[in-house]
Design a protein around this ligand. Structure first.
Ligand code: DHB
Ligand code: MG
Length: 240
């Protein structure tokens, strides 16, 4: 059996306990009486109704990032890949002092995201920029360097995977010391260690992991996760 065949047979696993535990634990740690429940539910339902892919971060992952932002008192964050703004609404609604800039390439996604942000009452603190990350981030960097935009305390990279490293490098340049730079989906059910798989998304994950590990500007770690969004993981880096 080749490595690819061995991986393929394992990829269809989805342990029902992962969903059950997420449902149980999240239900207790974030009961539906919380003030942001309705806005988040609306964002998911509206995104689904508009035909957006069901690939946003899990509730648990999004809340975890929101709590990191809160614990560090971060006031400026960047997201690359807004999708329907589900994660953006999590980050901003859990952090009343946060200004979030979020970048989305797909104009249909932008329309849905704008409506969801408006419904959540967060238009004043979520700045949604339509465009390709690879065009928009260099402009943002120029503004940061010109002192027209504050440095970032947190970046969530969750967009076109082949550009992971480009976004990471630009985010680090825009970051304050001790800022987080997070890259989503770098585990992909373990497929990233199947070196025979030439899918550019997996290459983009490996490139981010390998280059971040060599980069003297950051310290990084990959955490594998299971849950309602299957088996995946993110790269977590802190700027020196
Ligand atoms: C995909 C993208 C994501 O950002 C994610 O969290 C899960 C899946 C995808 O493109 O398949
Ligand atoms: Mg993702």
């Amino acid at each position: 059996m080749t490595t690819s065949q061995a991986f393929t047979s394992a990829f269809h696993e989805h342990d029902p306990r992962w969903n059950a535990v997420d449902e149980y634990a999240f239900g207790h740690s974030h009961p539906s009486t919380r003030p942001n429940t309705e806005a988040l539910r609306h964002a998911l339902e509206n995104s689904q109704a508009a035909g957006l892919p069901d690939i946003s971060a899990s509730a648990a992952q999004a809340k975890y990032m929101a709590l990191l932002i809160r614990a560090q008192g971060i006031t400026h964050a960047l997201e690359v890949g807004t999708l329907g703004a589900y994660t953006a609404i999590w980050l901003a609604s859990e952090n009343p002092g946060l200004h979030l800039t979020t970048v989305e390439f797909n104009s249909e996604h932008v329309k849905v995201a704008r409506a969801n942000i408006e419904h959540a009452g967060l238009t004043d603190r979520i700045e949604l920029i339509e465009g390709a990350g690879i065009d928009v981030l260099p402009r943002l960097l120029e503004e940061v360097q010109a002192g027209k935009r504050p440095k970032l305390g947190f970046t969530f990279i969750d967009a076109d995977k082949p550009n992971n490293w480009n976004y990471f490098d630009l985010a680090v340049q825009m970051s304050a010391p001790q800022a987080w730079v997070v890259v989503d989906n770098v585990v992909r059910q373990g497929k990233i260690v199947d070196l025979e798989n030439l899918d550019p998304r997996f290459y983009g994950a490996r490139e981010a992991i390998e280059k971040a590990g060599k980069d003297p500007r950051v310290d990084s770690v990959v955490i594998q996760t299971v849950g309602e969004k299957n088996y995946d993981g993110a790269l977590w880096a802190v700027v020196r």
